[in-house]
Structure formats: C-alpha cells, structure tokens
Design a protein around this ligand. Structure first.
Ligand SMILES: *Cc1c(COP(=O)(O)O)cnc(C)c1O
Ligand code: SF4
Length: 337
C-alpha cells in the first residue's frame, strides 16, 4: 500500500509540460554550455521543433556537451544532410486505411489515440508525420473503436500516438471504459515515452483506474539510457506495479547514446532493479535527418553478443527492425555477416 503521495507526483504534469524548453539557447545556457559553440546546428529546430520537459533536463549533467540525454533532444547540424536511403515515412504509415488505426499484425492493432509528444526526440521516425492532420475527432475515434471491436482475431489494443499519455486522465478513462466493453479485447497495451521525461504523469488516479480494470494492462516504456531512470520515474513505476500493471521497455539503438556494452548492461540492470523487463531493442528507422544516429547491423550484433555474455537471458532485449509488409517485427539474425 502506498499512502504517502509526494506533492511533486500529484497532478502537476500538465503544468510541467507547459514549462518544457523549446529554445535550444535557453536549454544550453541552463546547462552551463555556451550556445555559440554549437554554430548553426541549433537552426535544425526549424526542421523539427525542439521540446524538452524540465525533469528530463534535470537528469542531464551540466557542462557536458556530449550528455547522452542532451544528444537525443538537441537540434544538430547533421539533420540538414540528405542521406540516400533515408525517407520521410520509413514505415509507410502515412496512407493508412482506417483513420487512427494501424492494423498490420493479426492479433494486435495500434490506436493512434493522441497526436503529439511531450518530448521531441531528434531520431523519431515520426519527425515528418503530419500530427495535426491525424488528431482524431470524436466521430473518427468512435469509428476506429467500432473497427477494433469488429475484428474477431484481435485481442489486444495498443495505445500509441504521438504519445497516448498526452491524454488527460478523464479522456483516457473514457477510452478504457469503452475498450472494456469489447468482448474480443483481453489486453490493453500503452506505448509511451512520456513517463521518462515527465514522471509526474504517472498519477495515483491513473494507477487506481488501471488497478480496477478487468483487462490485462501492459505499459511499454521507451527508455534508452540508464540516466533516464530517475528517482521520480522509479516512484511512478512503483505505483503502477502496485496496480498490477506489467512494465516492459523498448529502446532505440542510437550511436553516441547507447551503442556500447557497458551502457546497455547498466540500462537493463537498472530497468530490472525498478521492476521493468527489457522487451525490444530497435534498429533505427531510416528517417531523413537522423542518419547520424545510425549504426551498422554488425555493430548491433556485437553489442548483443556483449550483453548475452554479461546479462541473464531475461535481461537481454530482442534486437528487431520494423519492415513494411511483414506479419511482425523482424528479429535480427545475430550471426556476424
Ligand atoms: C510494433 C507494432 C505492434 C506491436 O508489435 P509487438 O511485436 O506485439 O510488440 C503492433 N502493430 C504495429 C503496427 C506495430 O508497428
Ligand atoms: S516520444 Fe516517441 S514518438 Fe514522441 S518524439 Fe520521441 S520517439 Fe518520437
């Protein structure tokens, strides 16, 4: 039983969200870094706006221009480089059939519940995604839900976005209530990076509602580096664990952020210390403007071998790539080429 609710985890997440950094110069100054050292790099905010909530910045090391959290959110000069083989829509999502739904795999489908994210990650495969056009109207959401209910082979709905936890609790609760009426649906999965950058989003009200649900609930966090697991995130995760939620993590393999064995071992150990199991390690989706984060498949394989040698099997994530037209994510063969 958690009876003591720290004030900073109450319901202040929307306020914290509104106070996110959007100006790279201000962010750098507050980190004791000199914006003039970054030249024209910061102009890349025009390609994809910068957005970084303060709790995420609090986990960065002041004065470290190579901080692995900063590297994920700071506009970079390399974003201007057009790289062959990198597209604006690597997953070919931009012409989906049922608005708001991505139903590519038989038993589970994504419901794009909420456009927009709390943070803009520079490597995001949706950095060119027309979020605003994809905000679901109430009517479109109802149609999407009718579609999901009518699929006999579907048993799991995955809330995606943007980030589904951008929705307010009451909005989310209405949706959950509707999903609970669907006889075909037994599991609800929430894919979110939001708690990592804004731990206060894991409200007690949310935990209480999830605890009551007859659905099995899974939260798949998106955490890339051990420094992202702060005491605030631990508290919020603990709350959900007490509510019976299964918590998994997926990471993206990012050059200069987490592409070394020590970092990956530390990440997966720290996840498990907080009751979170590693799920997927994604190879970067080849999106235009993010090529500088990419590593070779062989580097990824060597990293996997390093993890296998140092971690129990259940703490080694599955290395995958998303490919259009496949029945599932593609597991990467670990044999060096
Ligand atoms: C990744 C993804 C899923 C979930 O796949 P799992 O392997 O079950 O995690 C479902 N639908 C789509 C369209 C996806 O991209
Ligand atoms: S939180 Fe996820 S969807 Fe949002 S910008 Fe980051 S990687 Fe992209």
């Amino acid at each position: 039983m958690i009876t003591r609710i720290p004030q900073n985890l109450h319901d202040c997440w929307q306020q914290e969200l509104a106070q996110a950094y959007t100006d790279p110069k201000k962010l750098l100054e507050d980190l004791n870094l000199d914006p003039s050292d970054f030249g024209n790099a910061l102009e890349a905010r025009k390609l994809f706006p910068m957005r970084v909530p303060r709790p995420f910045v609090a986990a960065m090391t002041p004065g470290d221009a190579n901080d692995p959290l900063l590297a994920q959110v700071l506009p970079a000069a390399e974003e201007f480089i057009a790289t062959p083989g990198y597209s604006v829509d690597p997953l070919e999502e931009q012409d989906n059939q049922q608005p708001g739904v991505l139903h590519k795999y038989r038993s589970r489908a994504l419901l794009m519940f909420k456009g927009g994210c709390a943070v803009n990650c520079r490597y995001c495969f949706r950095r060119h995604f027309p979020y605003e056009e994809n905000q679901l109207t109430r009517e479109a959401l109802n149609q999407a839900l009718e579609y999901l209910e009518a699929q006999p082979e579907l048993n799991e709905v995955i809330l995606s976005g943007g980030d589904p936890l951008m929705a307010k609790d009451n909005q989310l609760f209405k949706l959950i209530e509707r999903l609970e009426t669907m006889p075909n649906i037994i599991r609800l999965r929430i894919h979110s990076r939001l708690p990592v950058v804004l731990p206060s989003r894991l409200t007690q009200a949310l935990a209480d509602r999830l605890a009551q649900s007859p659905l099995q609930i899974i939260l798949v966090l998106h955490c890339n580096h051990p420094n992202e697991i702060t005491s605030g995130l631990s508290l919020g995760i603990n709350r959900l664990k007490h509510a019976g939620v299964t918590i998994l993590n997926q990471s993206v393999l990012l050059k200069g952020v987490n592409d070394d064995v020590d970092t990956m071992v530390a990440l997966n150990e720290k996840l498990f210390a907080n009751g979170i199991l590693p799920y997927y390690l994604h190879l970067l989706d080849k999106v235009q403007g993010a090529a500088h984060f990419d590593t070779s498949d062989d580097n990824a394989r060597e990293l996997m071998a390093g993890m296998l040698a140092r971690l129990p099997g259940f703490l080694v994530p599955r290395l995958v790539r998303e490919q259009g037209g496949k029945a599932s994510k593609t597991l990467i063969d670990l044999q060096l080429s």
